[in-house]
Design a protein around this ligand. Structure first.
Ligand SMILES: NC(=O)c1ccc[n+]([C@@H]2O[C@H](COP(=O)([O-])OP(=O)(O)OC[C@H]3O[C@@H](n4cnc5c(N)ncnc54)[C@H](OP(=O)(O)O)[C@@H]3O)[C@@H](O)[C@H]2O)c1
Length: 281
């Protein structure tokens, strides 16, 4: 077992993704030593290739974890977290999802449970839908570019969260004491529906973007027609169904608890994204 990792780097697993990229930047801004990890990074890390783990975790003192995002995620988390703890990488911060906790489907919390049982000094972050879905995820970005958000969301709303806020929270809990054993639900400051989202993006970009509510069945059929695997299509539709039914509408105060300030609101994100050319010139 390695000893004395107190001065070692912080790992960012999923460092090329929507949150990991920002967690890495935030830790660097704070002057922390970091190690970026994904399958494509100079030091590679693969949840499914344990031969990559030794070099990836060597000497580190903590890690931000974006899980494997498939049916093996909990089993991989269980294996990796105990591997890391044995090598003194004790402070482990998991990106989960608030929807998993409200879903009444215990299997969706299996990754959280695996982490908790590992002996790590764990912290769990449960964010709502990311604002960056509209800029960096096919599911919402492509409809924006097509000018029509054809989604099965009815008049449902959710307090979308800015991934920049998730990153600041993650960096804070990785670098400051007092967050071990805590679960933080993270939301934006206000629930926003798809109609308002479309109108806000249209207003900031000058692009024609409108919301067209459709049925869950036609949404799934549309995804399958675009070669999305049927199981994945139904899962995305289920998530939108929760939003439609109002299960995602409530606010959570994890950002305030950790950072002592209110989270960023949707129009601020849209203005920033539009200025950065996220939806084209
Ligand atoms: N999107 C939302 O609105 C939302 C809301 C709440 C919670 N969440 C949760 O957020 C998580 C996704 O986080 P994110 O959006 O930051 O990530 P992301 O943008 O989906 O990126 C995934 C990251 O994981 C890496 N990765 C993929 N497969 C890997 C493997 N086998 N081994 C090692 N690394 C691998 C990817 O890099 P490489 O491909 O280079 O390896 C990338 O860095 C999910 O757990 C989701 O449930 C999302």
């Amino acid at each position: 077992m390695e000893r004395g990792n107190e001065h070692g780097p912080l790992l960012v697993i999923g460092s090329t993704g929507k949150t990991g990229r920002r967690v890495l930047e935030e830790l660097q801004r704070l002057g922390e030593s970091v190690r970026a990890l994904a399958r494509s990074t100079p030091t590679p890390f693969d949840w499914f290739d344990e031969s990559t783990w030794e070099e990836a975790v060597s000497g580190a003192r903590g890690a931000y974890l974006v899980d494997a995002q498939d049916e093996h995620a909990a089993e991989r988390m269980r294996a990796f977290a105990s591997y890391a703890v044995k090598r003194n990488v004790k402070r482990l911060v998991l990106l989960s999802a608030r929807g998993w906790a409200t879903s009444q489907e215990p299997e969706l919390l299996a990754t959280e449970e695996a982490l908790k049982e590992s002996g790590a000094a764990w912290t769990i972050l449960r964010p709502t839908w990311f604002m960056q879905g509209f800029t960096e995820d096919r599911t919402l970005r492509e409809p924006v570019l097509a000018g029509e958000l054809r989604l099965p969301c009815g008049d449902g709303t959710t307090p979308f969260i800015d991934a920049e806020d998730i990153a600041e929270v993650a960096a804070a809990v990785l670098t400051r004491d007092g967050h071990e054993g805590r679960t933080y639900a993270l939301s934006g400051p206000r629930a926003v529906g798809m109609r308002e989202a479309a109108d806000t993006i249209a207003g900031a970009t000058g692009r024609p973007v409108r919301y067209v509510p459709i049925s869950e069945e036609s949404y799934v059929a549309g995804l399958i027609a675009q070669d999305v695997p049927p199981e994945q299509a139904r899962f995305v539709a289920k998530l939108f169904g929760w939003l439609r039914e109002g299960e995602d509408a409530h606010l959570s105060d994890g950002v305030q608890q950790v950072l002592g300030r209110t989270p960023r609101d949707f129009p601020e994100f849209v203005t920033r994204a539009a200025d950065a050319g996220a939806w084209g010139p």
